[in-house]
Design a protein. Sequence first.
Length: 111
Amino acid sequence: MNSFQKKLLAGLIVLAVVAPVGIFLPAAFNAGDAWGEWSTETLEKMIGFIPAGLKKTADLWKAPIPDYNLGDEKSSFTTQALSYILSGAVGIALCALILYLLSRFLFKKDD
C-alpha cells in the first residue's frame, strides 16, 4: 500500500467514525430527512402525489441496513452510532472490493 492509499484509507475511516453526527445534527437544526432519502409517504406530502414510476418500483430494493441502523428509531444513541459506523465500514469495504475487482479485470499485468 503506497502513501496515497494509506492517506485515503485513513480519511475514509475518519469519515466513517464521524458519520454518527448525522444522527443528532438534523434534529438540532430541524432538518428532517436527508435530501433524496424520502419515503414515498414523505414525497407525497411534499409534492402532493407519488410519481407512477416511483410507485411501481418503490419496493424493488430493500437496503441491507435500513436507515443505517441495526436497531429501530428508539434504539440508544450508542446503538445508532455504532450502526452508522458499521454502515460506513461496509460501504467502504464494498467500494474497495468493487474497485479492486474492476482494476484486476481492466488492467491485467503482462508477466
